[in-house]
Design a protein around this ligand. Structure first.
Ligand SMILES: Nc1ncnc2c1ncn2[C@@H]1O[C@H](COP(=O)(O)OP(=O)(O)OP(=O)(O)O)[C@@H](O)[C@H]1O
Length: 245
């Protein structure tokens, strides 16, 4: 479904490319965890997938269609189909849980509706249902700034789900959470993945989480593909080589 063909990314002025000639094909239903040291290119990889980060060489295809030859309407559709979550949640702190979740619908609305925060009762109900689905048991009118990290990430997941995504991307979504909360968030992501039949691609530092939840591990080292396979094949030797221990 998503294909990287010889994809390289070089940031302006950088001596080395951040991604080097990646050839990767990701199919429907895969739950992929991306591993690698800090600076290995994991974030860049995730952000390329929906065109958030332009590539300098190669091609990324959705289906058979290269991102580079898509019209702006098709690119918008790719963004809509991609739900994203981040390490620092990227919520609007002074707004409530439900207001934050409803921003997931912005890609589907006219700009004046976004500006005036116009949402139909059915959309509000959908937001409430989604808040329940992510098991966030707080008042929807509560401001998000007072929530715990795990609760904030649940708001961010609900917001991403309101887009009705086909692809779910996570850029270190549990890096700021304690191990127990991180595990529960991964559990939620896996359940959501299975229920909604998503493609899920998540960067993670914790190899244990990747091995527990992923159907496939992709590891990057200095921007190049170092490992691509099933979690059982990512053994101790791979681990030491990847992290230079
Ligand atoms: N906007 C940018 N401009 C210039 N260089 C960048 C930019 N973003 C990342 N880089 C560089 O590209 C390389 C890959 O960075 P990237 O953030 O993709 O790695 P990462 O594996 O996600 O690291 P981390 O785990 O620390 O987030 C690094 O050398 C980084 O310094």
């Amino acid at each position: 479904m998503i294909q990287f063909e010889n994809v390289s990314v070089r940031y302006p002025g950088a001596a080395e490319p951040a991604l080097k000639k990646l050839n990767i094909s990701i199919q429907n239903g895969e739950f992929v965890c991306v591993l690698g040291q800090s600076g290995a290119g994991k974030s860049t990889f995730i952000r390329c997938i929906n065109g958030l980060q332009p590539i300098t060489d190669g091609e990324i295809r959705w289906g058979y269609k290269p991102l580079s030859s898509m019209t702006s309407k098709e690119k918008l559709e790719v963004r809509r189909k991609t739900g994203m979550i981040f390490q620092h949640y990227n919520l609007i702190p002074r707004m409530s849980v439900i207001q934050n979740v409803l921003t997931g619908l912005f890609g589907y609305k006219k700009s004046y509706e976004n500006l005036f925060g116009l949402f139909k009762p059915a959309e509000r109900q959908l937001a409430i249902d989604t808040i329940n689905q992510v098991e966030l048991f707080v008042e929807p009118t509560r401001r998000v700034e007072n929530l715990s990290g795990g609760q904030k990430q649940r708001v961010a997941i609900a917001r991403a789900l309101l887009q009705n995504p086909k692809v779910f991307l996570g850029d270190e979504p549990v890096a700021s959470l304690d191990p127990g909360t991180a595990d529960r968030i991964f559990q939620l992501l896996k359940e959501t993945h299975d229920k909604r039949n998503l493609v899920t691609i998540i960067n993670v530092h914790d190899v244990g989480l990747a091995k527990k939840f992923a159907t496939r591990i992709i590891a990057l080292k200095n921007g190049a593909l170092f490992f691509d396979g099933v979690p059982d094949d990512f053994n101790h030797e791979m681990y030491t080589q990847l992290y230079n221990h």
